[in-house]
Design a protein around this ligand. Structure first.
Ligand SMILES: N[C@@H](CCC(=O)N[C@@H](CS)C(=O)NCC(=O)O)C(=O)O
Length: 204
């Protein structure tokens, strides 16, 4: 059985969406970030960075226990384990990797830094505005792609499952843009998926 320690953030929802979409049973442990539960000794033994999510698969490769601490690694691991959401077609699979990396190392990274700066007592307004501008550019980039194809890799893949929780978290920014019609269409389609909807409810 898989156990997941997580919270209702973009990174935290990512593996819940994947587990629900793959139909893999799991036990959810909620971590209260505001109370600092991610920095308690017991949790640090699992995830030395003191961050969520952390996934434990007692039935990992070779029957060994596996502990994973990066949300995108969890998506790749579960895609391999279940055979879901990794396109069989080599071209689409390469695009799925490209979009997954874009989501994580561009969009999600900028969003994360924006969040951290916003929590500082003296918010650096210019830096935060710059990060929002870059996030808008990244959402426009995804919007252009979603104008050419229904899903980022040309078929539903782990790249879409990676982007959705971030887009949901940044819904206000997307709404305020006044455009991004393709991204909004895709968000509605993603939200209507039963697995995605269950995952969003589980951590509401
Ligand atoms: N790259 C990591 C990011 C993990 C991360 O930054 N988690 C945040 C919540 S979204 C966290 O736990 N922050 C609490 C802290 O750093 O104290 C992933 O994708 O899993």
């Amino acid at each position: 059985m898989i156990e997941l320690h997580t919270a209702a953030t973009g990174n935290g929802r990512r593996p819940v969406i994947m587990l629900e979409e793959c139909g893999v049973p799991y036990i959810l442990h909620r971590i209260d970030l505001a109370k600092g539960e991610q920095k308690k000794a017991g949790y640090l033994a699992l995830n030395p960075l003191g961050a969520i999510p952390t996934m434990i698969d007692k039935d990992g490769p070779g029957g060994h226990k596996l502990v994973l601490t990066q949300s995108a690694a969890m998506l790749l691991y579960l895609a391999e384990k279940t055979g879901r959401f990794l396109p069989r077609d080599g071209m689409k699979r390469a695009l799925a990797y490209q979009w997954l990396m874009h989501v994580m190392s561009d969009s999600q990274a900028f969003s994360g830094v924006h969040f951290v700066l916003g929590a500082l007592p003296e918010k650096p307004e210019a830096a935060m505005a710059h990060l929002l501008k870059r996030m808008n550019e990244y959402f426009s980039f995804a919007d252009r792609r979603l104008g050419e194809a229904e899903y980022l890799a040309g078929e539903l893949s782990l790249a879409d499952l990676a982007l959705y929780p971030l887009a949901d978290r940044r819904r206000d920014l997307i709404e305020r843009s006044g455009g991004l019609a393709n991204l909004k269409r895709w968000m509605s389609a993603m939200a209507a998926r039963p697995g995605v909807a269950r995952a969003m409810r589980v951590l509401s």
